[in-house]
Structure formats: structure tokens, C-alpha cells
Design a protein around this ligand. Structure first.
Ligand code: ZN
Length: 177
């Protein structure tokens, strides 16, 4: 990129492999590996746009597959394993305004479905009818599928890093050009 003033000090560019904190991001196939403390360069992770970005504070959680299976198979030990092994992490995700709005819509759909499901389950005894709970369950599955097209997900979270999935190939190309 040419500078207009040849005597201007060099602009400190965020290198393609380095966040602002100097902690390198990594790539594992189609997964973006973000070590805790790293800053993601200014690229919309959902579409690869670089203009008019916002930083969205997003929370991610991840539970090992065996703990999720255990939760389905046996209620109490499964619940304990689920709670103990689930890891959470928050990240500032760069997004363009349209992708940020799409993310918000998906999150609202999930919240709405959860409210419907919980309300339906709590209301089963009173209404003597499980229809609302079932509608809530179907809505939650639908919202989760909807969210897969609009939100990033955590492939894994360990003690030092979060592995993001569903990062746009265009964004990956810019991050690791
Ligand atoms: Zn975007």
C-alpha cells in the first residue's frame, strides 16, 4: 500500500498472522485458533469485509462430546459432568454491520425459543398440555440450525485458546494471506 507522504513514519500494520497484542493467530484447516489475549485483526469473520466493522463481545461455550452424551444418558451424573467440563470464553469478534445484525437476529431467535421451551415445560402441569413445550423444542432446534448460518461457534475451548468454526473462507484468506 502506498503512503501519500513519503516522509510519514511507517504505519504499523497488523500483520496477517498477528493480532494487536502480538499473539499470533493460527489456522487448523477451516478452524481459526485464537489464543486468549490475542486480538483478531479487522476482518469481518463472517464474510471477510474490512470496512465499517464493529467488535462484538461474544460468549462461546464448549462441552466435550462424552459429557454431552452422558447428559442424555444419565441425568444427574451427566449434569455434573456437563457443568464441570463445560468451558466458556468471551471474545471480541470483528463483524461488519450486516453480519452483526444477522448475528443479533439469530441470538434473539435462540433466546425466544428457550423462553418458549422453558415456559412450555413449566406450564405442562398447569395447562395439562405439552404442546407449547413441544413447539418450544422444535423452535429451539430450528433456531440452532438458523444460528449455524449466522454465528460463529466454538469447535473446542481449552485452557489457553478457543477454536472458532464457521469462519468465512474469505476472512481466513485475509487473515492468513
Ligand atoms: Zn460481514
Amino acid at each position: 500500500m502506498m503512503s501519500e507522504n513519503p516522509y510519514a513514519p511507517p504505519v504499523q500494520r497488523r500483520g496477517p498472522l498477528h493480532g494487536a497484542a502480538g499473539i499470533p493467530l493460527q489456522r487448523e484447516g477451516d478452524v481459526l485458533v485464537v489464543p486468549f489475549g490475542a486480538t483478531i485483526p479487522d476482518v469481518c469473520l463472517r464474510c471477510g469485509a474490512v470496512d465499517d466493522l464493529v467488535k462484538r463481545r461474544a460468549s462461546f461455550q464448549w462441552t466435550p462430546a462424552w459429557a454431552r452424551v452422558l447428559l442424555v444418558l444419565c441425568a444427574l451424573p451427566g449434569l455434573v459432568a456437563f457443568l464441570v467440563t463445560t468451558k466458556r470464553a468471551a471474545l471480541d469478534v470483528p463483524l461488519c454491520a450486516p453480519c452483526d445484525a444477522r448475528w443479533t437476529t439469530a441470538r434473539n431467535a435462540i433466546v425466544g425459543a428457550v423462553v418458549l421451551l422453558v415456559g412450555g415445560v413449566l406450564g405442562v402441569k398447569i395447562l395439562e398440555d405439552a404442546t407449547i413445550a413441544l413447539v418450544g423444542l422444535v423452535a429451539l432446534v430450528g433456531a440452532a440450525l438458523f444460528a449455524r448460518t449466522r454465528m460463529l461457534g466454538a469447535r473446542r475451548i481449552d485452557d489457553t485458546r478457543i477454536l472458532l468454526e464457521r469462519v468465512a473462507p474469505a476472512a481466513m484468506a485475509k487473515l492468513f494471506a
